[in-house]
Design a protein around this ligand. Structure first.
Ligand code: SF4
Length: 227
């Protein structure tokens, strides 16, 4: 039976501690989340940098024409759709009380002072923002303990047997939030992504080299199948 501490320990021994991310402001996390859908960091990061270079303030993005935003974020792919999402999402944050009343400009910091479920609902109502992006904004941008589940985290936790074989990504968020201690969410999220990229890869997981094989449901089922 899995224990959360054991998984963290073994993954950390295998990959080392995850790098700490440079903290971004919450709107940046939101925009980066929209940009990174259906593409890799290699495309979304340059697109984000280009957007920041093209527009000085978030208010400028809110007022810009969609095509100007699309032009700036072209490397991210699906740039017309993402430009529309970004414009509307940023506009809504700027208009709907996202401003903190200070000279720092608009922000999503108010989400830290309302219940987590409400904060998630606010974010998920923005265009182009799903459960994963909403959680990334809260966890990465504000340190609020929620567990983002991307395709790697979903696949790995399914194979390990932490979540059921048919658990959706939405259900996985809840199960993993119960399973791991809140203080470990960031660390374990990053470690599971590493594991999914390097060892528990989608098509042919490298179970022979895996630090978690002993107790992995998927690995055990293969072993039993080959007996
Ligand atoms: S044993 Fe195989 S399937 Fe299980 S976690 Fe490791 S690599 Fe993934």
């Amino acid at each position: 039976m899995w224990d959360a501490a054991g998984i963290k320990q073994r993954l950390e021994a295998a990959y080392g501690p995850p790098p700490s991310r440079l903290p971004l402001d919450t709107i940046s996390e939101l925009v980066l989340g929209i940009l990174s859908q259906n593409t890799s960091d290699r495309n979304s990061r340059p697109a984000f940098r280009a957007l920041k270079a093209a527009f000085t303030h978030w208010e400028d993005v809110a007022q810009a024409h969609e095509t100007e935003i699309a032009e700036a974020i072209r490397p991210a792919g699906l740039h017309h759709t993402k430009a529309r999402y970004i414009k509307v999402a940023v506009q809504r944050v700027v208009e709907q009380g996202g401003g903190n009343g200070h000279h720092h400009g608009p922000s999503l910091d108010f989400l830290a002072s309302i219940p987590v479920e409400k904060a998630l609902a606010y974010l998920e109502a923005l265009p182009g923002v799903g459960p994963k992006t909403a959680r990334i904004v809260l966890l990465f941008g504000m340190g609020i303990p929620v567990f983002p589940v991307d395709t790697h985290v979903h696949r790995v936790s399914q194979r390990l047997g932490i979540i059921g074989p048919r658990a959706s990504r939405e259900q996985a968020h809840r199960v993993l939030e119960q399973f791991f201690p809140p203080d470990d969410y960031y660390f374990v999220h990053m470690l599971l992504i590493q594991h999914g990229r390097r060892t528990c890869v989608a098509r042919k997981p490298r179970c022979q080299a895996c630090a978690l094989a002993e107790e992995c449901t998927y690995y055990q089922s293969i072993q039993e199948g080959s007996k």
